[in-house]
Design a protein around this ligand. Structure first.
Ligand SMILES: Cc1cc2nc3c(=O)[nH]c(=O)nc-3n(C[C@H](O)[C@H](O)[C@H](O)COP(=O)(O)OP(=O)(O)OC[C@H]3O[C@@H](n4cnc5c(N)ncnc54)[C@H](O)[C@@H]3O)c2cc1C
Length: 366
């Protein structure tokens, strides 16, 4: 089939990787910006695969789809040659003694929502130190063994390299799609016809999904040379929740041409961490505010004082595409499939949502 994908962000890329598996399709991406995807929410994301921790605000369907995505991610990443861009070593969650009641309440709520959350382990100071020696100052915490993380920025970069090598893939950069119909893509150059069209424009699909909204998220990147944390770590706090995601010590494996936009310094010997993320009901994508920076950084400093000497090397802001119920949506008709509303769960959900969308749509008619 001759297939068009409108929007080469996270969902569009995961979709293309799935479609290419059969070796039967040619794919044309229509992307309003560059093919590197630096304006996609998928480029800003932490990439955490946290079906348990997300249960606080999510429905159990997110949990089930998330667990399925965790099964699917390793093969997708292997396909694009990103062998070290996936980790499933679990998540550590801790809190300061005065906030421990809130953390215990949070874990209890997860355990009431799904039986599988009984696998969450309580950690004392010694057990925290055994998992993450640099966090041994914390008296108590919890460990969610099955959670993981995708290196989101390297997924975006490696997938571009992969698509560039595929003779069946064409990238139409800087080509905004104005409107989609079954089998038809409208751009300012006119209308083009395909056997099937996919709409993965995220927030850019408001022309069709009137109730779609953006939820602003801000992240900071820091580099530190005297603290070593190996797993995604969350700090429960009454006013703002923090996560710290280790990102290795540089842009190993990324062609610097693709990395130039992330503005990260190439300092060696430092460990790099992504700190996130705010969640603000706004579609403003202007740079991170002073307030958000102070909240994220003060929480980071209380996670470990050695972060006080870390260097802030980057900040990113983007908007998560969400519907009112914050649940993902698939719309299927013959010749047109739309996937949207991935909200704060794009990495957690996209492999499973894409699998579901293909089974309900194009694969059913083939
Ligand atoms: C700060 C932050 C942290 C996050 N952390 C996580 C996390 O840890 N775990 C997780 O699971 N999720 C996370 N997410 C959520 C995740 O990034 C999103 O759910 C996901 O990126 C949405 O995927 P998408 O493909 O629908 O949209 P996007 O990734 O935004 O891609 C949409 C693409 O469509 C293009 N486009 C838009 N309009 C048009 C048009 N008219 N024509 C052509 N192209 C168009 C855009 O340029 C873009 O490339 C985070 C998001 C943010 C902002």
């Amino acid at each position: 089939m001759n297939i068009a994908i409108a929007g080469a962000g996270l969902a569009g890329r995961v979709l293309a990787l799935n479609l290419l598996q059969s070796g039967e399709h040619t794919i044309t991406f229509f992307e309003k910006d560059s093919k590197e995807g630096v304006s996609a929410a998928g480029f800003t994301a932490a990439g955490m695969l946290a079906p348990y921790a997300e249960l606080e605000t999510a429905e159990s369907v997110i949990f089930e789809l998330g667990k399925r995505s965790i099964e699917l991610w390793p093969a997708l990443l292997k396909e694009i040659g990103l062998f070290d861009g996936y980790q499933q070593k679990g998540t550590v969650i801790t809190a300061h003694p005065q906030d421990m009641g809130e953390l215990e309440h949070f874990i209890g709520m997860l355990q009431r929502k799904v039986d599988a959350a009984q696998s969450i382990e309580t950690l004392d100071k010694t057990q925290i130190g055994a998992l993450e020696p640099d966090l041994a100052m914390h008296q108590k915490g919890f460990f969610i063994p099955e959670e993981g993380v995708v290196d989101a920025q390297r997924f975006m970069a490696f997938s571009v390299n992969y698509f560039d090598r595929m003779e069946h893939v064409t990238f139409r950069e800087y080509t905004p799609v104005e409107r989609l119909e079954p089998k038809k893509v409208y751009t300012k150059e006119g209308v083009e016809t395909f056997d099937w069209v996919f709409d993965t424009r995220g927030l850019g699909a408001k022309e069709h999904f009137k109730e779609l909204r953006g939820v602003r998220g801000e992240v900071l990147w820091v580099e530190a040379n005297d603290i070593d944390i190996s797993r995604p770590t969350r700090l429960m706090h009454p006013r703002y929740k923090l996560y710290v995601v280790p990102r290795g010590n540089g842009c190993e494996g990324i062609d610097l041409e693709y990395c130039a936009d992330c503005k990260l310094s190439q300092t060696t010997g430092y460990k790099r961490y992504l700190i996130g993320a705010t969640e603000i009901e706004s579609e403003d994508t202007s740079p991170i505010s002073v307030r958000s920076s102070m909240e994220l950084l003060s929480a980071l400093y209380t996670l470990h004082p050695n972060f006080g000497e870390a260097r802030v090397v980057n900040s990113e802001t983007n908007c998560r595409p969400a519907f009112k119920d914050n649940l993902p949506r698939i719309e299927n008709e013959e010749g047109l499939t739309r996937i949207n509303g991935l909200y704060r769960h794009g990495y957690l959900l996209s492999p499973a949502i894409v699998e579901k969308a293909l089974n309900e749509g194009i694969r059913r008619v083939q």
